[in-house]
Design a protein around this ligand. Structure first.
Ligand code: ZN
Length: 161
């Protein structure tokens, strides 16, 4: 069975930067399952996996424009601490937080924290990076109608409700 729209695909992967340094890798004991053709994963990665079958391996390189975008210089901003989602005992530089904005909740990294104001950077941690995904296809099956209506995979490595 080949990967096509509405396949549930289980993969393991290593994600590295173009220079080879490892950013993250999936746990072999807990592979990731996604619903193909529903933008569950980066569009460039999804397109590269189309047509592969169980056991296939593929290395996919995505420039920042096709991954998490370029680094925006204006992504640093000072916001009131009370705009952060959740309560923090102490805010430290480098901490990942969620912040309420006019466009909804966004991930951000703390640059500098004061008592009432915090400077955050809303660039994605992988912004500006060329990403190399080394993917192994572990399983391919047809999605259930429930999975298609939810827009994601269920079961091992997918969503559990
Ligand atoms: Zn669901």
């Amino acid at each position: 069975m080949k990967i096509q729209k509405d396949s549930v695909v289980t993969i393991t992967y290593r994600l590295s930067e173009a220079d080879g340094s490892l950013l993250e890798s999936s746990d072999d004991a807990m592979p990731m399952a996604y619903l193909h053709g529903h933008r569950n994963i980066l569009a460039g990665l999804e397109a590269a996996l189309e047509g592969l079958a169980i056991g296939d391996e593929k290395s996919v390189t995505l420039p920042p424009e096709q991954a998490y975008g370029l680094v925006h210089a204006d992504a640093e901003q000072k916001v009131p601490v009370k705009h952060l989602v959740g309560k923090y005992k102490r805010l430290l530089p480098g901490m990942l937080v969620k912040v309420n904005t006019e466009k909804g909740t966004r991930d951000a990294r703390v640059v500098k924290a004061g008592k009432f104001m915090v400077t955050i950077d809303t660039n994605h941690p992988f912004a500006g990076k060329t990403l190399v995904f080394d993917v192994v296809v572990r399983d391919v099956r047809d999605a259930t109608t429930e999975e298609i209506s939810h827009g994601h995979a269920h079961g091992l490595g997918g969503h559990s409700h």
